[in-house]
Design a protein around this ligand. Sequence first.
Ligand code: NAP
Length: 507
Amino acid sequence: MTTTKDLTQSGPTIFFIFGGTGDLTSRKLIPALYNLFLEGWMPENFQIVAMGRTQFTDEKFRGELLTDVNKFSRSGEAKQWDSFSQHIHFHVSDVQDPKTYKEMYERVQSFAQVAGTEPNVIFYLAVAPRFFATIAENLAAYKLTANPTKSRIVFEKPFGHDLESAKELNKLLSGIFTEKQIYRIDHYLGKETVQNILAFRFANSILEPIWNRNYIEHVQISVTEQLGVGDRGGYYDDSGALRDMVQNHILQLLCLVAMEAPVNFGADDVRNRKVDVLNSMRKFSPEDVQKNAVRGQYSKGWMQGQEVPGYREEKGVKKESNTETFAAIKFFIDNWRWHGVPFYLRTGKRMHQSSSVITIQFKDVPHQIFPTGSSEGWQQNKLIISIQPEMSIRLKMQAKRPGLDMILNPVDMIFDYKGTYTTETPEAYETLLLDTMLGDQTHFMRGDQVEAAWELLMPIINAWATKKSTSFPNYSADSWGPESADALLARDGFHWFTLPQTSKPKH
Ligand code: NAP
């Protein structure tokens, strides 16, 4: 197999998963590790140790996981389950009990003895953020992270609840680990289509000359979901759309679209250029929040023939909740490349479509030569990067419709993953877990990046917390959000672009 990944880095590896009985582990982490195993990416010698208070034996736990893998793995019904599952163990433990870490240390020692070398040790924190500090401190106290070249610690989102808490956590971690040991997950960065934005921009010379304020009129990034909060109401009510989606996934997408070319594909170079974007974004004053940020909350309604509750009727949500389930924001990036180009971001739950789409709208032709009536369907050129459910990049252009008349129609030039490649696309977590094992941080968030993203959003978060919305709920399920979100673009002469839904949405 030809690979750019340095597999020599993945020597014997022991993988601890805090939260081993949780939803993330069963739906994402184990299926991802299993697929890596099937495709020959796992180290020859590895052990997965799932942790939790539930009283599982190894056998019982493996049995539960098999059901999950059959259900959630992209490779379908488990094939080499027996040989894979022999590597999995369950460690009954409480993260708050120091005994846990002593036992982990002993496990690492006996694994090292059998392997005959010091293993890579990965700690994956798939638990509530309130445990992050306790776990980090105990790992350090029990010398589990003493070798910075061999131990890595992975944090799930959310990383911090606001700027202050993110800074506090970063400060604590930097006193214990080197930045090279810390892997802050934003699973969007593991998605194939998201990684392709870098390839598309920096492996093609035709784009760079037009990728700027001279040719681009505006950019839209829209990440919408048909799902409501479901069982996550308790968590979501303290979070909201800004914290849950904008601070991480959507700002990361924006960085990939707006960043300068890195010197090379190394983690620090790529991440430096992303931080530059965040630092160049115009900070909001209280007046800007009023003018350029829109919030929404869904009311009850119908989705695909089923009646669905409003946000305030969801389990775990306060009856008078002020939490936004929708946000739309207009940002500017104050640098030479993007001066004056609006970036519109939108995200929401219970929306008409589940899709993640970036639309880059180019400026109109300087002079119209075609007769009136020939161009009724006229559309400015758009480059549309669809991340999910459709995985494609399309360029919308004008073309002459066949016939004796000169009638112009918008047409698409399409790069479609499914039509071009027959190989299956790996799940984001496969990419990210492999990168963690190989010690590649390119697709992870660095500490300063996380803080810069929080800093940018704090004026909006604070303004919305201080001044409660009097109009919530203000959009119905199965809509495109509140009318004020349409007005945000309409004021500038634009409208939100949506791709026709061609395939079943993936949540
Ligand atoms: P979950 O299903 O509620 O699982 C929580 C896990 O924490 C369980 O395995 C539980 O194990 C363990 N736990 C709780 N208290 C513990 C204690 N005192 N000692 C040891 N283990 C303890 O949560 P989740 O949905 O998997 O999410 C985990 C983390 O990932 C959260 O930070 C979440 O924000 C993040 N995340 C999740 C998803 C997702 O799709 N689920 C996506 C993105 C980010 P026991 O009950 O057996 O002790």
